[in-house]
Write a protein that binds this ligand. Sequence first.
Ligand SMILES: NC(=O)c1ccc[n+]([C@@H]2O[C@H](COP(=O)([O-])OP(=O)(O)OC[C@H]3O[C@@H](n4cnc5c(N)ncnc54)[C@H](O)[C@@H]3O)[C@@H](O)[C@H]2O)c1
Length: 333
Amino acid sequence: MNVLVVGGAGYIGSHCVRQLILAGHRPVVLDNLVFGHRGAVAPDVPFYQAELGDEEAVGRILAQERPEVVMHFAAFAYVGESVTDPLKYYFNNSVATLHLLRTMLRHGVTRFVFSSTCATYGVPESLPIVETLPQAPINPYGQTKLDVENALKALAHANGVSFAAFRYFNAAGAAEDGSIGEDHDPETHLIPLAIEAAIGKGPPLRLFGTDYPTPDGTCLRDYVHVDDLSRAHIAVFDALAKPGAALFYNLGTGTPTSVRQVLAAVEKVTGKPVLVVESPRRPGDPPALYADASKARSELGWRVQYPDIDSIVASAWRWHQTHPDGYGDRPKS
Ligand SMILES: NC(=O)c1ccc[n+]([C@@H]2O[C@H](COP(=O)([O-])OP(=O)(O)OC[C@H]3O[C@@H](n4cnc5c(N)ncnc54)[C@H](O)[C@@H]3O)[C@@H](O)[C@H]2O)c1
């Protein structure tokens, strides 16, 4: 299938592009490269540097490439920044997505796969998190994703758009061969920060909160490998053939892993100690977030190939070893 991958030069999108090729599909990438990397996308994949909210540019790409499915990974995703600069998030994550959807409808493209987030649940009422729990985001980032989910529901009803919104937990890891991986600037994700602390390339890791009501006092999260995430996006294609299909899935391994357990995995895999500075809790960090992903398993036949934190960290470590400066395409701040 022809698939337009919006945000395909970013971390998760670039892994999905590779999985699409492996599964025999034809990805085309649209990215403005505000955070993405040209080097994350193979040179033979059609690449358009464009703004997803630019209806004219996106219209030309749709007319040219005739995708049957649009996958939408592009967004800003720094939770703290979304609190201090909410308009930036509303415009890029919500408004631009509405422009993208309008352009799709004008060109008769009605199948859509959307990167949502567990942040739409806010502080969950119960654990593990099932898709039917109330969604009550506690920051503008989560709210912008929920706004798009709600718009999609309405478009499924009114316009026959079929969509899957995948609520990711913590995306982690890198391609098995170490050829592509995570290169965010600034980096806020635990595994790359812990690896950089271990090899002395970054500062000691700030561990936010050691007094949570969890077994070792640190937060519990659900780390899911980027290639596992990507495979779910492809597994849903058949279900999108039904006009008006409105699908929501949690994507996580279901295993709660504490910050200290992640650090232990990084130490084991790298063979180096992670220097840590224990710091107070950060406001807005729930003690535990982990998924019940049984719906994706039963409806999509989704199975994770990286069920444990050690194998996820090992894949990230391969990327860091082979690409110590990431893609090396911009100076690090
Ligand atoms: N990384 C995670 O753990 C995680 C968890 C939950 C949800 N998500 C969601 O998954 C998606 C992908 O996350 P990621 O970590 O790969 O992020 P990323 O920043 O690495 O990738 C996003 C890509 O979108 C591009 N982009 C942003 N705004 C754009 C615009 N206006 N026009 C064109 N391109 C634009 C960026 O250049 C970048 O390449 C995001 O929507 C994010 O909110 C990520």
